[in-house]
Ligand binder design. Structure first.
Ligand code: HEC
Ligand code: HEC
Ligand code: HEC
Ligand code: HEC
Ligand code: HEC
Ligand code: HEC
Length: 402
């Protein structure tokens, strides 16, 4: 059937591999919206700061050209003096995996969905609020422009934020590896295209290793989430609070020292300060307004849980923080520097045991004087110089597993 020479076969294989990699790297980018409008246009004569209650504000039906023009305005044909600025530069249109202090495009679109374009023109042309005054400064937009931007923003509520990177890299690699593996196996067993079977065995070995590796890595990390950093409903920053403002961890996580869980603070704790502080340097009024709203509506903020052990594991903060004298950062990393919090350790059993095997307990702590008095006496008498946690049961299965 196929009479390829060996050299041709190798070439074919190499191009298949390189094509696959191009595919893997290029695919995510096709998700991006392409807006090729780099034409530099001179600033036009605008009816700057026009705010009269124009009838245009009430326009409701738009042609497709008008919608496209609204989209263009949103993405970059907005004039600030002779510079072209765009709303997207600040109002992210993609799902972001880092913290972006500005409200995203979906958020602002939702907020103004049921409002008339007049309200949008106020916030663009006559901004109030310390942050808003800085960021929405000197926009030269006509009433028509604003109405069109608003029309596009409404459409946005239906589209949602664009996703940047679907997590298919590993899966695709697995499929390619399996395919090559199969190809070589079939050739060895049935077709025998190659005189020398060495190349097939080489492919089999390499792909076998790749497949095993991918499966093993995924199986081990199944259910674990090192580095996990979900977007939170409010852009709360530990760097701002625990770092810059030096608020003690225990002020907010006030049950850490005395109970099993550290707990997430209710909005009333935030209100202790935010009753007065209504404007953030980075996010303006938007984020803090959410805290105030949650408090007024008596609806708890739906924070997304990050650190989570499986149900069959017992863990107590009190035991570690109070008795064990372990600091928060030993387990949670340098939280004081994190804007968006992420999981630092992998929370595997090995992680717990490693510390228990090596860390010495402070025997002169009241807790040990009371509960492990014999160890304390031997320690005082100089018979032992230290006890690791494993020595007092830190490796007993029953201590961590019910
Ligand atoms: C002003 C209040 C406040 C202070 C101070 C504070 N936190 Fe938090 N912490 C929160 C809030 C709110 C959340 C939930 C939002 C989030 O995960 O970012 C949280 C979440 C966490 C989480 C993740 C919880 C989960 O979902 O698994 C950890 C870990 C944590 N904080 C540790 C610390 C440490 C360590 C400090 C001190 C360096 C600290 N926090 C100081 C309010 C605070
Ligand atoms: C001990 C006082 C205090 C507490 C408690 C507190 N904050 Fe703050 N927070 C501040 C201060 C001060 C700022 C302003 C920081 C700045 O602008 O640099 C701030 C800023 C913020 C910002 C805006 C950050 C920025 O720069 O734009 C958000 C959002 C925020 N806090 C949310 C919360 C939430 C949610 C809670 C409750 C879990 C909370 N804060 C509890 C003092 C506090
Ligand atoms: C330089 C960055 C920047 C640019 C450019 C920008 N914005 Fe904003 N915008 C912000 C910030 C920051 C806030 C939140 C300020 C606050 O809450 O105090 C905001 C808030 C908003 C809001 C919400 C107002 C509210 O009531 O909470 C809307 C709507 C908005 N922007 C629309 C636009 C549109 C439309 C454009 C393009 C013409 C645009 N923005 C360009 C930074 C920007
Ligand atoms: C010995 C390691 C360790 C230390 C020390 C530690 N934590 Fe934790 N923390 C964990 C683990 C493990 C979890 C997950 C617990 C679970 O899922 O049951 C967790 C969960 C949390 C949570 C999520 C909510 C909860 O209570 O489960 C917060 C908030 C938190 N820790 C804050 C703190 C703060 C603040 C300190 C310091 C006072 C601290 N932690 C010290 C290991 C630790
Ligand atoms: C950074 C070090 C460290 C890590 C990580 C750590 N521990 Fe501990 N653990 C300690 C210390 C110190 C003690 C001693 C406190 C005591 O004597 O009760 C302790 C004690 C315990 C105890 C009580 C043992 C006893 O003798 O009663 C349990 C249960 C426990 N840890 C569970 C866990 C689990 C589950 C994890 C992982 C999710 C974990 N620990 C991770 C330091 C650590
Ligand atoms: C210091 C606490 C600690 C001790 C002691 C401990 N484990 Fe675990 N174990 C854990 C944690 C935490 C996990 C969850 C790991 C994960 O989610 O990957 C776990 C998971 C497991 C699992 C499930 C494996 C998995 O990956 O889901 C088994 C089985 C297990 N432990 C058995 C034991 C046995 C048997 C012992 C006694 C020799 C023991 N454990 C002692 C903390 C402990």
């Amino acid at each position: 059937m196929f009479k390829y020479s060996q050299a041709e076969k190798i070439k074919y294989l190499l191009s298949l591999i390189s094509f696959s990699f191009i595919f893997v790297t290029a695919l995510p980018n096709t998700y991006l919206l392409q807006i090729a409008d780099t034409n530099k246009v001179q600033p036009k004569d605008t009816l700057s700061r026009q705010l009269s209650d124009s009838v245009i504000y009430k326009k409701e039906n738009f042609s497709s050209e008008e919608l496209i023009r609204g989209e263009r305005l949103f993405y970059g044909l907005v004039y600030l003096g002779d510079k072209s600025i765009n709303c997207e530069a600040c109002h992210n249109t993609h799902v972001s995996d880092t913290l972006n202090w500005n409200p995203d495009a979906l958020e602002i679109s939702r907020k103004y969905l049921d409002k008339n374009a007049y309200y949008l023109s106020k916030v663009l042309l006559k901004p109030l609020g310390t942050k808003m005054k800085q960021v929405h400064k000197g926009f030269q937009l006509t009433v028509q422009d604003i109405v069109l931007i608003k029309a596009y923003m409404n459409k946005f509520v239906g589209i949602g934020l664009k996703k940047n990177k679907p997590i298919i890299t590993n899966l695709l690699l697995l499929i390619i590896a399996s395919f090559l593996f199969l190809l070589s196996s079939v050739d060895i067993v049935i077709r025998k295209v190659y005189k020398s079977q060495r190349i097939n065995w080489a492919i089999l070995t390499v792909m076998g290793i790749v497949i095993t590796w991918i499966l093993a890595v995924n199986a081990i990390s199944f259910g674990r989430a090192k580095g996990y950093s979900p977007a939170q409903p409010i852009k709360f920053s530990h760097a701002v609070h625990a770092g810059q403002n030096k608020t003690d961890c225990n002020y907010c996580h006030y049950t850490a020292r005395s109970s099993k869980t550290a707990g997430i603070p209710p909005a009333s704790i935030c209100l202790n300060c935010h009753f007065l502080v209504r404007n953030g340097t980075r996010s303006g009024a938007t984020e803090i307004a959410k805290v105030l709203k949650a408090y007024d509506d008596k609806k708890p903020v739906e924070w997304v849980r990050i650190y989570k052990l499986p149900d069959f594991v017992f863990f107590s903060h009190e035991q570690h923080v109070s008795a064990g004298e372990i600091t928060c950062d030993a387990c949670h990393g340098n939280v004081k520097e994190m804007n968006r919090l992420y999981q630092v350790p992998d929370l595997s059993m090995g992680w717990c045991i490693n510390c228990h095997k090596t860390r010495k307990v402070n025997l002169s702590n009241e807790y040990y004087k009371t509960y492990y008095s014999d160890y304390y006496e031997s320690f005082k008498a100089g018979k032992i110089d230290s006890v690791v946690i494993a020595g007092i049961g830190g490796r007993d299965c029953g201590k961590c597993h019910y």
